[in-house]
Design a protein around this ligand. Structure first.
Ligand code: 13P
Length: 261
């Protein structure tokens, strides 16, 4: 089966509602054909802040063409958890899914592997899509422990997950921390090698349903490096930070993903 290719813009803590609406309008107005037609093989998502999700709702339909993600989600369905936003609240505002376990959540907000695992489970069970992020810091890469580190993050997040929740709603993103916002990217070879390891783990644990998951790369993806990363093999698209804040740069990356063989 052909894996779905995704380009997802993570807008992080940027853009007030009006600017979010303008950017979404510019993106949706110029999506290349297979995406605009709602094809299943190539998809595009944006992840505004929680408070801007509602502002982009006019373009949100159950089947796209623009998929809407939150940047996080609570680890429980509902209750006395001040400040948290649960999966039903996200669905209610029109979101299709959530990014979970981004390194900025792990590093700045102390999110642990156990929390990430709960979030993945709760969100998938509630019917959301999940973009599960994994990735190693620079010291770990320099010590040559990147593969074991990333596999341990993946395993912590997914090994207790009921197999029936492993479907096209689960997307994995490999984002080496040292490549995020730094202008450094993994070489296409390094990215492909890690994606290959991640896919092997997924297949070993979940069989074909695991092997077929889309695995995205993230970390300083720009229009000038996206084609080479796609060509490396085993890269099913991108989670884009900085370049997703400019419609034209983001759309160029989308076009490269669409046209990749
Ligand atoms: P940059 O593309 O700005 O490096 O950010 C990547 C990222 O963290 C996406 O989630």
């Amino acid at each position: 089966m052909l894996r779905t290719r995704w380009t997802i813009g993570n807008w992080k803590q940027n853009l007030l509602r009006g600017a979010a609406e303008d950017l979404a309008t510019a993106v949706v107005g110029d999506l290349p054909e297979p995406v605009a037609e709602g094809g299943k093989q190539v998809r595009v998502g944006i992840a505004p802040s929680y408070v801007a999700l509602d502002a982009v709702r006019p373009w949100v339909r159950p089947q796209g063409p623009l998929f809407l993600f939150a940047q996080d989600v609570a680890a429980q369905d509902e209750g006395a958890f001040t400040g948290e936003v649960g999966p039903a609240m996200l669905s209610d505002v029109g979101a299709h899914g959530a990014i979970v376990g981004h390194s900025e959540r792990r590093i700045h907000f102390g999110e642990t592997d156990a929390t990430v695992a709960r979030k993945v489970h709760v969100a998938l069970e509630a019917g959301l899509r999940v973009v599960l992020c994994v990735g190693e810091g620079l010291e770990i890469r320099e010590a040559g422990q990147h593969e074991s580190h990333v596999i341990s993050q993946l395993s912590a997040a997914l090994s207790q997950l009921p197999a029936e929740l492993v479907s096209e709603r689960l997307i994995v993103a490999y984002e080496p921390v040292w490549a995020i916002g730094t202008g450094k990217t993994a070489t296409p070879r390094d990215a492909a090698a890690m994606h290959h390891r991640l896919r092997a783990w997924l297949e070993q644990h979940f069989g074909p349903a695991g092997a077929d998951r889309s695995i995205l790369y993230g970390g300083s993806v720009k229009p000038n490096n996206a084609a080479a990363l796609m060509a490396a093999g085993d890269v099913d698209g991108f989670l884009v930070g900085g370049a997703s804040l400019e419609a034209e740069a983001f759309l160029q990356i989308v076009r490269l993903v669409v046209s990749a063989a």
